[in-house]
Ligand binder design. Structure first.
Ligand code: UFG
Length: 323
């Protein structure tokens, strides 16, 4: 199929583009490189360097691509930043995203696959979290993604635009070629691996007084290659709806650091810091719906394997795409 991928130069987008191409699809990547990297775009894809804010350029690009499917990764995605600068999140993730929805309708795109997040749930009433839990975001990032989900519903009802929404839990790991390189790195696993590489002195632990067994936050880490495979399944005709993507296992910050120490064989010093604003204590997915309805089967569900793939990539690219 002809697939138009926004944010295809970013972390999850780059791996998804690689998997799409490996599966024989034709891919156009649309990215403004504000967070992504040109070197993260598979050289088999067509690349358009432009921004979602440029409505005309966007429409032209979707039309030129002959897009049958749009996969929309492009977004700002940092919880902490969204707590300081909500406007950036509502403008980019909601207002500019709307330009893409309009282009999809105008060009007769058949399916829209959207990268959403478990941050749409806020602090869940129960874990593992199913898709029918209340959606009550506690940060503007989660709110902006929820608003886009709601816009999609209306576009389906009114314009017949079919969609699959994926609520990712914590993406981690790497493919052989593409990995995680944010200009400002805030994510746990890459930060800990920087310590293992000798590029940072300590693993910072944000909050040790959460209501969890060891006092640190619990997350569900899911391999980026497994996220990519879900997108390919979502493109099949007849698939639509909202799906969590996670492994169903929760790991605390301390457990993640321990696993990184085992995988890298390094001693990792830790430094306890105050809580980070906007962090829910515990997020763990039930991805039963994706398994049953999409036949999604994660290939790398063990945290150790996820961390090992990230470690291999970071060792090969200690300075990310700038090395
Ligand atoms: N953390 C640390 N030290 C660090 C980095 C993170 O203790 O150096 C902690 C955080 O406070 C949090 C946990 O590790 O408790 C995971 O933090 P990440 O920044 O790796 O991931 P988040 O859970 O904050 O956010 C990620 C994505 C979001 C997504 C969210 C859903 O960035 O886009 O997962 O959980 F919405």
């Amino acid at each position: 199929m002809k697939v138009f991928v926004t944010g295809g130069a970013g972390y999850i987008g780059s791996v998804c583009v690689e998997e799409l191409l490996n599966s024989g699809h034709q891919v156009t990547v649309f990215d403004n490189l504000s967070e992504g990297h040109r070197l993260a775009v598979d050289n088999r894809a067509v690349f358009v360097h432009a921004s979602l804010s440029d409505k005309e350029r966007l429409l032209e690009a979707v039309r030129d691509a002959g897009a049958e499917v749009i996969i929309h990764f492009a977004a700002h995605a940092l919880v902490v930043e969204s707590m300081a600068n909500p406007g950036k999140y509502f403008r980019n993730n909601v207002a500019y995203g709307l330009n893409l929805l309009d282009a999809a309708v105008e060009c007769g795109v058949k399916k829209f696959v959207f990268s959403s997040t478990c941050a749409t749930y806020g602090v869940p009433e129960q874990v593992p979290m199913t898709e029918d839990l209340p959606l009550r975001p506690i940060n503007p990032y989660g709110q902006s993604k929820l608003m886009f989900e709601q816009m999609l519903e209306w576009y389906r009802r009114i314009h017949g635009l079919d969609f699959v929404v994926f609520r990712y839990f914590n993406a981690a790991g790497a493919s052989k070629q593409f990995g995680e390189h944010h200009r400002l790195e805030t994510h746990l696993i890459p930060n800990v691996l920087r310590v293992a590489l000798g590029l940072a002195p300590d693993c910072e632990i944000f909050g040790t007084d959460y209501p969890t067994p060891d006092g640190t936050c619990i997350r569900d880490y899911v391999h980026v290659v497994d996220l990519a495979s879900a997108h390919i399944l979502a493109m099949k005709p007849g698939k639509s709806g909202f799906y969590n993507l996670g492994n169903g296992d929760g790991y605390s910050v301390r457990q993640v650091i321990q696993t990184c120490a085992q995988v890298t064989g390094k001693e990792l010093r830790t430094l306890e810091k105050p809580r980070r604003p906007g962090d829910p204590p515990r997020l763990v997915a039930s991805a039963e719906k994706a398994r049953l309805e999409l036949n999604w089967q994660p290939a790398f569900s063990r945290l150790e394997d996820i961390v090992r793939s990230a470690w291999q990539w970071h060792q090969a690219h200690p300075h990310g795409y700038t090395s």
